[in-house]
Design a protein around this ligand. Structure first.
Ligand code: ZN
Length: 123
């Protein structure tokens, strides 16, 4: 009996700990904010994470860094490519990813968000 009690108290402590951990992760709005912040860290033309851009962003016409577009898309205030639709960008990237050996699922995943990026949104 005493052995059982001891065991159940251990179990209780584990449950308590789990509840504490769950509570610590509770501020959802903060997590959501963090998520939104990381969403803004993607190139708004090709959806590449800006953190992966060695130059940390393209350049505006005045030489300052672009916070919206990566250096592969945007230089001196202009887009390097002359794509006019999200579809063109998707096709271009899927081809590129294929060359890099990405499977179909990853090719789809990495290009699926492109139509919702700032550059391709219908004005
Ligand atoms: Zn880009």
């Amino acid at each position: 009996m005493s052995k059982f009690r001891k065991l159940s108290s251990v179990k209780y402590r584990i449950l308590l700990k789990a509840a504490q951990v769950a509570n610590a992760q509770k501020p959802l709005s903060l997590q959501k904010k963090k998520f939104m912040a990381t969403m803004n860290d993607f190139c708004q033309s090709c959806s590449m994470p800006m953190a992966k851009d060695l130059q940390r962003g393209g350049t505006n016409a005045d030489g300052s860094k672009s916070k919206m577009y990566c250096s592969y898309c945007f230089q001196n205030g202009k887009f390097i490519d002359n794509f006019t639709t999200a579809k063109e960008m998707q096709q271009f990237l899927r081809k590129k990813f294929k060359e890099q050996g990405f499977g179909p699922l990853r090719r789809w995943f990495y290009t699926s968000y492109i139509p919702r990026l700032e550059r391709w949104k219908k004005k």
